[in-house]
Design a protein around this ligand. Structure first.
Ligand SMILES: [Zn+2]
Length: 186
């Protein structure tokens, strides 16, 4: 039993497992990233001023910041964008030895390592990195994940395509069918 195990044993109300303990440390590094001056300056430099369309605050703040997503090129409000680490694969942190590389990946970054993405594109990029697939493939996977959240709808959709009974009786089968259909439709 090392010191971390001892701390976990003493604080079972807070961390049930080592992985919960390390998620806590990773969360602190992530929080640090959200306050990084490099991140804030990256946003500030690219901020556009657009008319505020929120009726509750438009009188006080006639203009608000907006940002262009570097992938889809659409303009979004500040709370709809995220600053993406272009090269970041997942910065896993499951032991103290990982702390250094996690800090390097998340915090040791220059302006040119970053880009602004809308939440939708950022989700697809992250999914693609995790699965090791292209943006287009990750887009399909994201659509499948969203569709599978509504089982009744998926069943109706697949039945309409002519699949019934054992062909659609497990989530794995439905996932594979959805993937085949979505890829075929492109
Ligand atoms: Zn986008």
């Amino acid at each position: 039993m090392d010191k971390i195990d001892a701390i976990i044993a003493e604080n079972q109300d807070v961390w049930k497992t080592r992985s919960a303990f390390f998620s806590w440390i990773k969360g602190i590094i992530r929080k640090g990233w959200s306050k990084s001056p490099v991140r804030l300056k990256h946003l500030k430099k690219r901020a556009m001023r657009v008319p505020n369309t929120n009726p509750r605050s438009m009188k006080r703040f006639p203009f608000v910041n907006a940002y262009k997503c570097e992938i889809c090129q659409q303009v979004f409000k500040q709370n709809e964008v995220e600053v993406d680490h272009i090269l970041e694969e997942t910065a896993s942190l499951t032991s103290l030895d990982d702390v250094r590389s996690c800090v390097e990946k998340l915090l040791v970054v220059a302006d040119s390592d970053l880009r602004i993405l809308c939440k939708g594109c950022h989700r697809i990029v992250s999914l693609g990195q995790r699965l090791g697939v292209s943006f287009e493939e990750a887009k399909t996977e994201a659509t499948i994940i969203d569709m599978l959240k509504n089982k009744a709808k998926v069943l109706a959709y697949l039945q309409e395509k002519g699949y019934t009974g054992v062909a659609i009786n497990s989530e794995a089968k439905r996932r594979k069918l959805l993937r085949d259909i979505l890829k075929g439709e492109k």
